[in-house]
Design a protein around this ligand. Structure first.
Ligand code: 3H9
Length: 679
């Protein structure tokens, strides 16, 4: 196989070029080619400078993640970079696209870095449960200082070229269309001068002078880092860059990197990296399916959901026509959207021009007819089948042929909704999660007749509006809410049997969910859907409503709330629950947190198994994508299906059996065969 790396001579400069689509990941053949290119440059006296660049859409996007966990094959990236950096001939990284992870480390190993204005640089290893492993944690602080290096290593968000220039990570911003020529000219201008080596830099002194920066960083980012091992290792590594020699620091980095690489957390996060990308692919819809152009979106309903959904498209520059039945509801809806944008601008995350730009492409209307020329119409009206059918019937009449009609339903039958139109092939479910302008997940519900091009179009569109999409078949609650209902069932049952409801919440908080079910009920409002007759009490929820315990907004729900909205368990609620249990004849007992955890989470895994067995999810990893992005399942455990694999399916089955809970044949058989859900 020809090497993905070639060398080209330009006068006295050797240009080393990588051409390994899609992202020039630093797999074995790329590393080998790079090492040979450097050897060629160093061994040839007529070469006086070196430029490293990549063909295709990006500079090296990092180590090849598919090689992780396999036996390492030389040459190693750290050694290659050390040889390169030791050279007296100037070596220049010419960066376009994204120089990430190992790719950024290649750039750091070069003596100089030039980049086009659209380039980004970063060390995102922490998002894979790792830290950089080719001296990135040691070279970066030595050029940009510990303070600027810390977020890059421990949070991992890439920075644009302009920021990279301002902190000294790149030396020059060059022309978008003349990267190679400009890099060669830059390299030539450095011939004969002593080369600066990142490993010899001393910008790390700010970390030594001001050790508080590490505590400040932890204080600021503690919540985001909760439960994750890699950010702490990243902080330790950057600290080492300020307190140890380069050689010792590199040794420390290697130790930390190796420990993380063999951890379950990193395996889980690497699983998620590929899961997110796999979820965007639909097995029987070819990648080259012609897409339906979506230039204009219609939205029905200007409530919280409709407004939030509309903002996604507006923010992506796609005009939206928003329909409501009444003027005041329409005005209220658009007013809330503007307020949300303005709040974002106040926090510095948008400019006022961007706010006006987004609001300027919104057309509010009271007329169905104004949706006629939309390419996609999404309805976000009341969750009721008759209402939805009526809306779709009307849309079918007014909206142009070939447009996609989508429902934001969270549990209704998309096939039944589609049957209310003469174009069921163009009907699809687009289940956004609240707040829809923030939450990442988009559950795409594929009806029996939904066309391939409709699916391909919405999957592509999901990326454009910054969502992570996963496909679900038609079943009550789809993937996410169907599994949630199993957890909720157990939560309710557990408190009837004597578990403290705060223990139920705390078990989920300890697992690193953002919230437990009873806290959630209080936040959303316990009175949602209540019949408003205090004399009719048949459930715990109705009893709470009858007692005026509507949730946080009333200062009391399952919990009592103080002014700072801190929760304390309520004796009143405890006795309401106990009364109910007595009435139902359910004996109360002490229930351990272990039992609570198993009964909350194992039935979800079983439901996930059924969803797979029925073909409602294409693959187990799609279920993980849904739960991580839509329900706050902790990323570092990889999602419910990967998590079940790590604890062993036999243990999940044993737990379900022990608690007398049902086990699907699919799960039992998989467990008996010693299999896993995920690869
Ligand atoms: C590291 O570098 C550790 C070192 O410190 C250690 C040194 C010793 N490897 O995302 P896309 C695939 S850790 C293998 O859809 P985009 C991806 O799976 C690494 N494959 O494109 C997909 O495949 P498919 C640190 C990779 O334009 C295809 O490429 N680096 C890798 O939306 C297209 O990807 C990172 O964490 C990889 N490194 O975004 C960067 N990267 O078509 C990870 C991508 O079969 N990568 N693939 O589904 C990214 O963030 C994005 O891919 C990128 C492009 C921004 C580059």
């Amino acid at each position: 196989m020809p090497s993905p790396i070639r060398t080209e001579r330009r006068d006295n400069v050797l240009v080393i070029v990588s051409d390994d689509p899609p992202v020039n990941a630093l797999g074995q053949t790329v590393r080998e080619g790079l090492a040979k290119g450097i050897e060629e440059a160093l061994g040839d006296d007529s070469v006086e400078a070196v430029v490293i660049r990549c063909d295709g859409r990006t500079f090296f996007a990092g180590a090849d993640i598919t090689e992780f966990g396999k036996p390492p094959e030389g040459p190693s990236l750290p050694e290659t970079l050390d040889t390169m950096e030791a050279s007296d001939k100037p070596v220049v990284a010419a960066i376009h696209g994204t120089a990430l992870g190992g790719g950024c480390e290649v750039a750091l190993g070069c003596h100089y870095r030039v980049a086009v204005p659209s380039a980004k640089l970063g060390l995102p290893e922490v998002k894979l449960g790792l830290i950089p492993g080719a001296a990135g944690t040691q070279r970066l602080p030595r050029i940009v200082g510990a303070q600027a290096a810390l977020p890059m290593v421990a949070v991992g968000n890439p920075i644009p070229a302009s920021k990279a220039k301002s902190i000294g990570l790149i030396d020059e911003i060059v022309g978008e269309g003349s990267l190679e020529a400009d890099a060669i000219a830059f390299a030539k201008s450095k011939i004969g001068q002593p080369v600066p080596r990142s490993s010899e830099g001393n910008a790390n002194q700010d970390g030594v002078r001001n050790p508080d920066i590490f505590d400040e960083f932890r204080a600021k980012n503690g919540r985001k880092m909760r439960g994750f091992d890699a950010p702490n290792a990243a902080i330790e590594a950057v600290k080492a860059a300020g307190s140890m020699s380069y050689a010792e620091g590199v040794k420390k980095e290697r130790e930390l990197f190796t420990t993380l690489m063999s951890s379950t957390q990193s395996a889980a996060m690497r699983h998620y990296f590929f899961a997110e990308r796999a979820a965007n692919k639909i097995d029987d819809v070819p990648a080259d399916t012609a897409l339906i152009p979506v230039k204009k979106v219609g939205l029905i309903g200007a409530g919280t959901m409709g407004g939030g959904i509309a903002m996604n498209f507006l923010s992506a520059g796609i005009p939206v026509t928003m329909l409501e039945m009444k003027r005041d509801a329409l005005d209220r809806g658009t007013g809330t959207m503007r307020k949300n944008y303005e709040n974002t601008a106040e926090r510095g995350r948008m400019t006022s021009e961007q706010v006006e730009g987004a609001m300027g492409i919104l057309t509010p209307t009271l007329e169905y007819g104004d949706l006629a020329d939309c390419d996609l119409v999404i309805e976000a009206v009341y969750e009721n089948m008759d209402v939805k059918k009526e809306v779709f019937g009307k849309l079918d009449e007014v909206v142009k042929d070939g447009a996609i009609l989508a429902s934001n339903t969270s549990y209704l039958d998309i096939d039944e909704i589609a049957a209310a139109t003469g174009r069921p092939g163009y009907v699809v479910g687009l289940h956004f999660f609240s707040p829809a302008n923030i939450m990442k997940l988009l559950e795409v519900v594929r009806g029996e007749k939904t066309r391939g091009d409709v699916l391909a179009t919405v999957m592509k569109l999901s990326k454009k509006i910054g969502k992570v999409a996963a496909v679900s078949g038609v079943c009550p609650g789809f993937i996410g809410n169907r599994m949630l209902s199993k957890r909720q069932e157990q939560a309710n049952q557990l408190i009837m049997e004597g578990a403290n409801y705060w223990d139920v919440d705390d078990v989920l908080l300890d697992f690193d969910f953002p919230m437990g079910p009873f806290q959630m009920g209080d936040l959303a409002g316990i009175d949602i859907g209540w019949h408003r007759d205090p004399s009719k009490v048949t459930t715990i929820r109705e009893a709470l409503c009858a007692a005026g315990r509507f949730g946080q907004k009333a200062g009391k729900g399952y919990y009592d709330y103080d002014e700072a909205r801190q929760r304390t368990p309520s004796d009143e609620v405890k006795s309401i629950i106990a009364d109910f249990a007595t009435k139902e004849g359910t004996p109360q007992r002490n229930i351990s947190k272990d039992e609570i955890r198993e009964r909350l989470l194992y039935p979800m895994v079983d439901e996930g198994a059924k969803i797979l067995d029925e073909g409602m999810a294409q693959r187990a990893s799609d279920i993980d994508v849904v739960w991580i992005n839509g329900y706050g399942w902790p990323l570092y455990t990889g999602g419910p299906m990967f998590w079940a694999d790590t604890i062993g399916l036999d243990n999940v089955v044993a737990g379900l059996d022990k608690h007398d809970l049902s086990v699907s044949d699919y799960l039992r058989k998989k467990a008996e065969a010693g299999k896993r859900f995920t690869a």
